[in-house]
Design a protein around this ligand. Structure first.
Ligand code: MOS
Length: 744
């Protein structure tokens, strides 16, 4: 069935049940016992191992590629280069189809051998010479004059009158901010296991989108999508890097076909830098104008980010600026610069994460200029409705986030003047920032099969081809299904990650719970309704002849609510059905909403800067979110903690270093590429303003996958400024940028 929603027709199911409870992860035991199978661990016989050889220059052509030594090496089955590669449709991928080199680390050969060690050894024996191309363009700052307006999306926006807004301002901030090129480093690297049976291909892949990968592989190989099955039961972190399919996936499928054996291809840690995206560098220019009382009269936000020479990716830094504050005159612009690097991609809160660093730092600078409390400045410009569209927000708890967050943090103890709080050798600073992320939702499908088990209890198998990225999807979908079906979570099994299941969207953009969660909810409600209809039409049922609206379904039982009491268990009813089961599948298409839907939050940070050494520590972060209904208090906190900790890494540590001459990655491992470790993380106080939002979607959720990282960088930078009086506008805020100036 297809369920088209009409707005407000669906009541948010808020009855007490599994949803909201801090249920332990249903896959927790599998994970801690090592029995959860990730893509490269699937039990497939006769697997050969593939290793990708990457280019060592960023531009030019391959003059020669000598694979003879590799081919003779022990265990080698095949070496595939552009000279002998089967014809594939590459599009914006790099699939060994020609001799051109477009970035350093681009796949130029695939070595297949009996073991991983043999493949790695042989890969080291391949001798390549290049005809060097034009000098590589790697330095975005040096190329800014080549910035251009991207063709797609909505790169620019304007409202009101910018000149008038500037003229009306008593105080201005005009500053430039930058965030560096950074790379995703999920615990599990990209991994693909390709298995052919005749003309049918199964791909076990670490992906955020099984259907997207299916279509991508089919397209590259020139075969119908129906011939490709993609399976992904567990993903060890995606964060956007596994949202689109990269070159190694069709290369693994191609290699498996070439050697007539299953092929496993797992990227090396250093190959996570280059061929599989990364968040682009950004350079942002912000102009704020305000009256003496703090009322914003104008905001301009211009962002430049890099893309590759051969594909277009835009980091939409200024999108959040269109919505966050009620300013009448606003202009936003996005420009991109082509560099000789691999195509960048979505990274957790693409746009918002670097965008709020610039905007929320600039707001802090404005507060300093006005001698105004940073929260008071934000409240002065609070957007009661979406300033861009003029439409109402479906719900917005940002005001409460500021208030309760400030209380929990102890914001009132903050002195106004920078460098005025000190504890021994530490300069102490308090900083804050706002967070906002749009709530998106798209089509999703689900199926449910209700049956009675051997013990005579009802069971449900619920399926949708969504993904478990470590987020808790298995768990929250189980909770949603249990409540909608009127069963306990133990009676529900939720399965995901397989293109044999009803489609779900990419697990990105914080829309898994909103889209797939709504589909699971509505499909399960439909299944419960079907049970009721079967019972009232069934002469063998005690409920025969009852009007359906006079029956409730809960705790695995159907009960009459009027007249003489009568009831029947789901299990008894199911036992009389063909196959002893009832199956419902639904395809859910969300209706357009009259509301603007957004999650909001506020982040408060204490920073301590050593007055001698410049060392920056963050002993505590208090974060408050209005994220709609919270499906699972435990996994929600965990999701947000992950985002906040990443924000701390983005603020203080992360930066991919690329050699400007060769395009080579200089810190392409977890020893040199710094991310937060436990010793870097202080107290995290994360809580929610629970919102009962009947408009956002049938289950009232907003999605919390990305908002955790948003605002953290600015809150930390603002705290460092408050501690030291030094304003750092270029991430990461490393100690060299405050050293010396931190000294009293
Ligand atoms: Mo997320 S960066 O939209 O996977």
């Amino acid at each position: 069935m297809t369920i088209s929603e009409r707005a407000k027709q669906i009541v948010t199911g808020a009855a007490p049940g599994a949803v909201g409870a801090p249920l332990d992860r249903v896959d927790g035991r599998l994970k801690v016992t090592g029995t959860a199978r990730y893509s490269a661990e699937m039990p497939v016989a006769n697997v050969a191992h593939a290793v990708i050889v990457g280019s060592t220059v960023a531009t030019g052509r391959i003059a020669s590629i000598d694979a003879s030594a590799a081919e003779r090496a022990a265990g080698v089955i095949r070496v595939i280069t552009h000279v002998n590669a089967p014809k594939l449709t590459a599009g914006a991928l790099t699939l060994l189809q020609d001799d051109r080199v477009r970035y350093n680390g681009q796949p130029i050969a695939v070595v297949v051998a009996g073991t991983l060690e043999q493949a790695m050894d042989a890969a080291s024996l391949i001798a390549v010479t290049y005809i060097e191309g034009a000098p590589a363009a790697i330095d975005m700052a040096a190329r800014k004059m080549d910035a251009y307006k991207p063709a797609g999306g909505q790169p620019d926006s304007i409202r009101g009158d910018i000149e008038a807004g500037i003229a009306a301002a008593d105080v201005k901030v005009d500053a430039r901010y930058s965030t560096p090129f950074v790379n995703h480093n999920a615990m599990e690297p990209h991994a693909t296991l390709a298995v052919w049976e005749g003309d049918e291909l199964t791909v076990y892949d670490s992906t955020q989108h099984v259907y997207g990968t299916r279509n991508g592989v089919a397209n590259a190989l020139g075969i119908p999508p129906e011939k490709v099955r993609v399976v992904s039961h567990f993903v060890g972190g995606g964060f956007g890097s596994k949202g689109r399919m990269w070159s190694h996936v069709p290369l693994a499928a191609m290699a498996a076909r070439a050697v007539s054996r299953p092929v496993k291809l797992v990227l090396m840690r250093r190959q996570m830098f280059g061929p599989v995206g990364g968040r682009p560098e950004t350079s942002q220019h912000i102009v704020l104008g305000a009256r003496r009382d703090g009322t914003l009269t104008v905001v301009r936000h211009e962002s430049v980010s890099h893309t590759s020479r051969f594909d277009e990716f835009v980091e939409m830094c200024a999108r959040v600026t269109r919505t966050l504050y009620a300013v009448p005159n606003l202009e936003t612009m996005h420009r991109i610069v082509k560099l000789d690097v691999g195509t960048p991609t979505y990274q957790r809160a693409p746009g918002e994460a670097p965008g709020t660093f610039a905007l929320e730092t600039a707001m802090d600078e404005l507060a300093v200029s006005l001698s105004m409390d940073p929260i008071a400045l934000r409240l002065k410009n609070y957007a009661e409705k979406d300033p861009e569209s003029g439409r109402a927000f479906s719900s917005k708890a940002l005001r409460e986030c500021y208030r309760v967050g400030a209380e929990r943090f102890g914001w009132s103890k903050r002195s106004t003047r920078p460098r005025s709080m000190r504890d021994g050798n530490a300069l102490v600073g308090y900083g804050m920032a706002s967070a906002a992320y749009p709530t998106r939702r798209t089509n999703a499908s689900a199926s449910v099969r209700l049956m009675a088990d051997a013990s005579g209890a009802a069971r449900a198998l619920v399926q949708s081809a969504t993904h478990e990225l470590g987020t808790g999807a298995y768990t929250v979908m189980t909770q949603i299904a249990a409540d909608a079906l009127g069963l306990a979570p133990e009676q529900v099994r939720f399965e995901l990650g397989d293109t044999r299941m009803p489609p779900s969207p990419v697990s990105g953009g914080s829309m898994t719970s909103t889209s797939t969660g709504s589909a699971v909810h509505l499909t399960c409600l439909a299944a419960k309704q079907k049970l009721i209809e079967l019972a009232v039409a069934d002469r063998s049922s005690p409920l025969f002849g009852t009007r359906p609206e006079n029956i409730t379904a809960a705790n695995g039982r159907l009960s009459r609510t009027t007249g003489t009491r009568a009831e029947e268990s789901y299990a008894a009813l199911l036992a009389r059905q063909p196959d002893g089961a009832v199956t419902v599948r639904a395809d859910i298409r969300p209706a357009a909403s009259e509301y603007v839907t957004h999650a909001f939050g506020a982040v408060f940070v204490e920073a301590r800067v050593d007055v001698e050494l410049g060392e920056i520590r963050v002993p505590r972060i208090v974060a408050m979110y209005g994220g709609g209904r919270i499906l699972n208090a435990k996994t929600a906190r965990s999701q947000l903690a992950g985002g906040i900790i990443w924000g701390l890494g983005m603020a203080l540590e992360e930066k991919t270093l690329v050699d400007h001459r060769t395009g080579r990655y200089l810190n392409a491992d977890l020893a040199e590429y710094h991310v937060p470790v436990n010793a870097d993380i202080g107290m995290l106080d994360i809580s929610f303003i629970e919102e009962a939002d009947p408009h956002v979607n049938p289950i009232g959720v907003k999605g919390i996958g990305e908002i955790g990282i948003i605002g953290v960088t600015a809150a930390i930078g603002n705290a460092v400024y408050h501690a030291t009086g030094v304003r750092v506008r270029d991430l990461p805020i490393t100690l060299d940028k405050v050293l010396g100036t931190a000294r009293a």
